[in-house]
Design a protein around this ligand. Structure first.
Ligand code: 6PG
Length: 227
């Protein structure tokens, strides 16, 4: 497995630069929800690069309308996508369709546009305090899904308690490059559990093993403080 764990001075800026580079090269970029990624999106928006050749996907979505405050698309759209003069093609997850129908249509979009082995050029993820990534929560059956690329998650493992749509482990692990961006003191204990000396493999974050590329676990000092 190829994995690097790194502490950065300014992880959000680093991620924003990588997002911009891959987007300018016309890559398939997978965005995620959460507060750490949001900061990176805002910085990337400031670059106002040409994203017109890129395709933007999502790691997961809450089952709410795309304008709802809890929508991951709404957050990424406000922070980044709507700010770009030359925006990308965006394939959003249809949270408003509900978990199963929404996952079914995303599966079809992936297979139609990215094929049966979707090698995302850049996958960005955050990690929740329980060790979840995308909307794959520890101990839930969706973590074990191996046949599909997108699944409905009827019961979320944490707030907001709304059903979700999520990429599955095989879809995440087919990325050519992935960055797991984790910042803040509140993540220090779960970071140590997932990436410390004796990793807890029940945490979805600890199960990420890219088949074709490298995973960078990018931390700030606070998130790395218990490693
Ligand atoms: C979601 C996200 C989720 C997120 C982590 C980290 O829909 O909730 O996609 O996987 O990335 O929970 O979020 P924070 O950076 O806000 O802790």
């Amino acid at each position: 497995m190829s994995r690097e764990i790194r502490v950065g001075d300014d992880p959000a800026t680093e991620v924003a630069e990588r997002l911009t580079e891959v987007a300018m090269a016309g890559g398939h970029v997978v965005l995620t929800g959460g507060s750490s990624p949001k900061r990176a999106y805002e910085i990337a928006a400031g670059h106002d690069a040409d994203w017109s050749g890129a395709t933007v996907w999502f790691s997961d979505e809450r089952c709410v309308p795309p304008t709802h405050p809890d929508s991951n698309f709404a957050m990424a759209d406000r922070a980044l996508l709507s700010q770009l003069s030359a925006g990308p093609a965006v394939v959003r997850m249809e949270g408003e369709a509900g978990p199963d129908a929404g996952a079914g249509s995303y599966e079809a979009e992936i297979r139609a546009r990215a094929g049966d082995d979707p090698r995302w050029n850049l996958l960005l993820l955050g990690m929740g305090p329980d060790g979840h990534i995308a909307s794959l929560f520890p101990g839930k059956p969706e973590v074990e899904e191996r046949g599909r690329f997108a699944v409905g998650v009827p019961l979320a493992g944490m707030e907001p308690q709304v059903p979700r749509i999520s990429l599955t482990m095989p879809a995440l692990c087919s990325a050519r490059e992935a960055i797991l961006l984790i910042t803040g003191e509140s993540k220090a204990a779960p970071v140590a559990r997932a990436f410390g000396e004796d990793p807890d493999r029940s945490l979805p974050a600890a199960q990420l093993e890219l088949r074709y590329g490298t995973l960078t676990v990018l931390l700030d000092e606070a998130a790395a403080s218990k490693l």
